[in-house]
Design a protein. Sequence first.
Length: 501
Amino acid sequence: MNRNRYVYVTTPIYYPNDKPHLGHAYTTILADIIARWFYLQGYNTFLLTGTDEHGLKLQREAEKRGKDPKTFVDEMSSIFRSYWDVLGIGYNRFIRTTDKDHEELVKYVLNKLLEKGYIYRGRYSGWYCSGCEKFYSEKEYIIENNTPICPIHKRPLEFIEEDTYFLRISEFRDYVLKILKEGDVVYPKQYAIEIASKIELEGLQDISIARPKSRVYWGIELPFDPNYTLYVWIDALLNYLTGIGYLKNIEEFTNYWSGAIQLIGKDILWFHTAIWFSILAMLGIPPPRKLLVHAYLTVKGHKMGKSLGNVISIEDTIKRYGNPEVVRFIIARIANYDKDTEVSWEIYDSIYNNDLLNNYGNLVRRVAVLAKRYINGNVERDLDEQFVRDIDELKNKAIENYNNLNISEAIKYTLDIAHNTNSYLNRREPWKEANPMKTIYTALEAIRITSLLLQPVMPNTIKTILNMLGVEIERNIKQFNFGYIEKYKVVEAPLPFRKIS
Ligand SMILES: [Zn+2]
């Protein structure tokens, strides 16, 4: 998908006011899978995730616990890191908006935008949600008992009036509309259309980017006015530039940025299109290559979230399946960009049983046992071309979907390869064949390709499985060819997944 073999994958940086749940893991796991997929093909990849550590919400959360904000975010960001470590997120950098280089970048950018005339002083009033750190317009908030209510948090908004600084994004109305309507940056396209219609209907108004320090002291100070801190969203968006060294190495930045794939949930679409594309344009930076947007995970129809208390915890999911990579698999399998995905233990269990235990896991186990029992684990190249023709098409579809960032479709085609190979074994009955070499070699090749396609999703599990079959994972696309391996040495029959207790 990228001309110059660089891929830069970002997740939103998360608000560390509580430990992460599957909603956070959703985006992070998808981002990690995408980065690993391109890495497996030999791309230079860089995965950025982190925590968004400033703003009123964290200031209040820290105060509530009797801590100073920095101590609080130090603790919380390390909790986020520990979760990502357990889930095997191979980030190249975990950025914190309290990092020194980020603060420097923010101040550099603000000075630059002031110089260019994109920042000006003015007065602002409006209805504000401290939970969202966002002003809501009349069209956006809900009215209950004559009180404006936050549509996300379902609690009353505060009316705020103050002197502030504005960012002149109104100038970029046509530019942003052009990207949304004519470009292929936002994926799926429906989200681009949604924002384009909003801009056409309501216009693109300049946004207030400063908060008086008296109200929000926990933020980056404006370099040109110490009475103000920067609006947390601008601070947060700029992390994507800090993360890949915009101020440190412009050549490297340019390479990676040309292959930027930014993942977000649909709730932060406005910030990552209207505002982000405008800021980038002010700095002379093109929009990312892709903005990949996913819908929500829902439990009984409601978005999973702390405030609604319907969270399925990461711990419980890991405990149930005994392998953190199963969480990754489930997420990859259910990922849905355009529609919300309902989740429950029943759905998880059926994915686990059907796809991993009975399909892929069973295939790996039975072929390895056959190889050991009938040909002593020494399997030499003898490819059943006719069968391979059938599954080669599935493989190509899986690769194509991966390259187009359609993870769940890629996984679906991958599992079809395993399914077809199980049927192939049932038809061929290698345990009755005088010489089962061809059947077993062909099945091992199907397992190897299936495993490579699952490697970005379950890196450790797959590495263990392929090692037991005597295969090393490479970093190229050639290894996806059937018949690539000359000799297998099956040393053990893996039992990668156990029954749910
Ligand atoms: Zn809110």
